[in-house]
Design a protein. Structure first.
Length: 345
């Protein structure tokens, strides 16, 4: 990315207001200190490379509100940021000034929000003074939110991988909402309002990412040639997760052959019906372990059986493979949190 000259031409204007000023984390001339301060909130492990001959004057403000991390950073000089693939983390970048971006063979000047790729590294050269606001949330939190609010069936994990830039829909709405959230936090948002704020941020994130989240949902009838029975089959699966159902039962319920159902799922969902069923059951088990569904204070075994798993060992193996932690680790991690949603760090 040949962009150091443009980025080093620092504006003579005073910097714009800096979000989250009431939650200052770091002010440092050390690139390593600034980098680590940002990484501590974003879980991004990005690299920070100051441009040759320029000393850094970094400012980092930030906090965690509910499940969402918010961090503002400016560098005072030209730098290049190299962020690795975000994996199972959804990370939004809201530039406060023009930002040069390169990802997956695409280069553009970003003036509006975009997401980091889950599969490819992203290089960024932010405005030296105005910097950027970065928001992050674990992908499973976003999946649980979508499952509860979208009115559609999630059939596979969300993935922010695209051959085109991950530029958000409704960019002005996303920018204005997230910056207003920062203003509210700076003014001293009451602890009981954190859940309300978290839901607003998840809603706007979901709306902005909507085109890239679509592949995680079951196809709508008539959408991209998907037959209506694919959506019907997905609804049948979701409504019978706890039952001992066979794929033959699903095919019969929607009036087609098992072979036809399997072929349609592979063509329009990209997974077999059995794989979709397993992912749905795992997602339900995780929601139960997180206390968002099912019996209160459920054990691992209760979560597994409620979600339709009859073999606890296989459930644990599937769960660990998908979520990169054991069911008991999820339970221990979440049950150790305070019940009130006031997670400010």
């Amino acid at each position: 990315m040949d962009s150091t000259g443009a980025a080093d031409a620092v504006s003579h204007q005073l910097p714009a207001d800096r979000p989250l000023e009431a939650h200052a984390l770091t002010r440092s001339t050390s690139a390593a200190v600034v980098r680590d301060s940002v990484n501590s909130l974003t879980s991004d492990e990005h690299l920070l490379v100051p441009h040759q001959g320029h000393g850094i004057d970094g400012t980092v403000n930030g906090l965690v509100a509910g499940a969402i991390s918010l961090v503002f950073v400016s560098y005072g000089t030209g730098v290049t940021i190299v962020s690795p693939p975000s994996g199972r983390r959804a990370l939004l970048v809201i530039p406060r000034g023009p930002m040069l971006v390169e990802s997956c063979g695409n280069q553009w000047v970003a003036n509006t929000p975009f997401a980091l790729s889950s599969h490819h590294q992203t290089k960024m050269v932010p405005d030296p003074l105005r910097g950027a606001l970065v928001g992050g949330v674990d992908a499973d939190v976003l999946e649980n939110y979508l499952a509860a609010t979208a009115g559609r069936v999630l059939v596979k994990p969300i993935s922010l991988a695209s051959d085109v830039p991950l530029q958000l829909s409704n960019p002005n709405m996303v920018s204005q909402t997230w910056l207003e959230a920062c203003r509210q936090l700076d003014q001293g948002l009451p602890g009981e309002s954190v859940t309300w704020l978290e839901n607003i941020l998840l809603a706007t994130m979901s709306a902005g990412l909507a085109p890239f989240l679509e592949p995680a949902f079951a196809p709508l009838p008539g959408n991209k040639g998907a037959p209506a029975y694919v959506e019907l089959a997905c609804n049948y699966l979701e409504q019978n997760l706890g039952a001992n159902i066979r794929i033959d039962d699903v095919a019969s319920a929607v009036g087609i052959s098992t072979r036809q159902l399997h072929n349609a799922f592979q063509a329009h969902v990209g997974q077999s019906p059995a794989h979709v069923l397993r992912d749905m059951r795992l997602a339900r088990a995780r929601r139960i372990l997180e206390g968002q569904a099912g019996p209160a204070a459920a054990t691992v075994a209760e979560a597994a059986f409620d979600a339709g798993f009859s073999h606890l060992g296989r459930f644990a193996a599937y769960y660990s493979e998908k979520y990169k932690e054991s069911p008991s680790a999820t339970l221990q991690r979440l049950r150790g949190r305070p019940l009130a949603a006031t997670a400010f760090r």
